[in-house]
Design a protein around this ligand. Sequence first.
Ligand SMILES: *Cc1c(COP(=O)(O)O)cnc(C)c1O
Length: 389
Amino acid sequence: MSKKKNLGPATRLAAAGRRAEWTGPLVNPAVSRASTILFDSVAELQAAKPQIGNYYYGRAGTPTTWALCEALTEIEPGAGGTRLFPSGAAAVSAALLMVLDAGDELLMVDSAYAPTRMLCDTLLRRYGVTTRYYDPLIGAGIADLIGDRTKAIFLESPGSLSFEVQDVPAICAVARERGLVTLIDNTWATPLLFPALERGCDISILACTKYIGGHSDVMLGSVTVRPELVPKLEQTSRVLGQTGAPDDAWLALRGLRTLDVRLRRHGTSALTVATWLADHPKVARVLHPALPSCPGHEYWARDFLGASGLFAIELRGGDGAARDRLIDSLDLFGIGWSWGGFESLAVPSDATGRTLPRPPSGPVVRLSIGLEEPDDLIADLEAALEAYP
Ligand SMILES: *Cc1c(COP(=O)(O)O)cnc(C)c1O
C-alpha cells in the first residue's frame, strides 16, 4: 500500500479496482448482473456478509460495482471506502441522511447545486433538520455560525453557477476543532484536481454522471469517506436500498480509465476559451476558478491541482432574452443540463433562490467545454458575440 501511495494519478487510474478475482484473465470486469446470489449450503448463505468483495445479494453489489467502488477509493487519498448511488443527487441525499439526526442544524454553502438546496428546504426540514446557508467565501469565519445544534458543514467548491472557490482547509479546520462533520460536493474537480479528504473533508461526493462517466450516457453518484465512517456509509446504503447498477458502473469504470487525459484536455481547452472571452468587449467577467476575476481564485491557486472544463461568463449589457438568443445561435455547443461529457454545452445560468446573493453584473451563460478543438469553439463564440445583444 505504501508503494501505491507514491504512484501518479494516471498510473493509479490504470490499475484501480482491477483485482484478478473480479476480472479473471480479462483486463476489465464483466458486467455482472444479479439479484439472487446462489450459495452451496444454508451455512454459507447465513455466513455471507453484504460487504465489498463478498457475494451476498444483488443490492450489495457484484464484481462490477465493487471494482468501481474500490477504484474510487484508491484515487482519493485518505479514503476508507466508497458506495455507489443511482445519481449524483441521490449520493448527496444519502450522505446528508447518513450524518444528520432530527434536531440537528446543517451549515450549507449558499452556492450549492440547486437540488441539494431543495433537499434541505423540503425533506430535511420535514425530518426536523434546520439548514443555515452561509457565504461560500466565509472561510474561518464559519466559526461564528456554529451553534449547539450544528452537526455538519456542507461545501461545494467551486459553487454551482456562481463558481466561488471556498477556503476548504480553513473551514474544515474549524469543523474538526468543533467536532463537526464536513461533506463536499467535489464533482467539478474530482479527486484528481482536488484531493478533498487530504484537504480536510470527511466525506467526498461525486456526480459520476459528469467527468467520471465523461460521455453523457450514465447517471451515477458516489460517496467516499474516511475509514472511520465506512460502517455508517455501509449501513446508510443498506437501509436506503440505493445502489449503482452494474451496467452504469461498467460505463463509469470505462470512463475512469481516461479521466486524467480527458480532464487535462477539458482543462487546457476551457482555459484557452475563458482567457479569450476575458478579453472580449462584450464579456463583463469570466467566472473561471483559474482566472483572478473569479471570487476565491487565490484558494484555487493554493489548493487545486488544475481546473476542469466548466465555467461561466457574465455578458456586458443585453438582457436574458438576448442571452438566450446568443445561446440558440451557437453551432458547436449543445443546449442541455449536465456537463463533463466530451461535447460542449451552453446553458443560461441565473443563480436564483440564493439567500446571500452576490448578483452578477449581466446575463450569465454557463459553458461546459468538451473535447473539441478550442479554436473552433472560440470561432463559434466569436460569431455569436458579434450579434450580441
Ligand atoms: C449534476 C450535479 C449533481 C447531481 O448529479 P446527477 O447525477 O445529475 O444527479 C450534483 N452536484 C453537482 C455539482 C452537479 O453538477
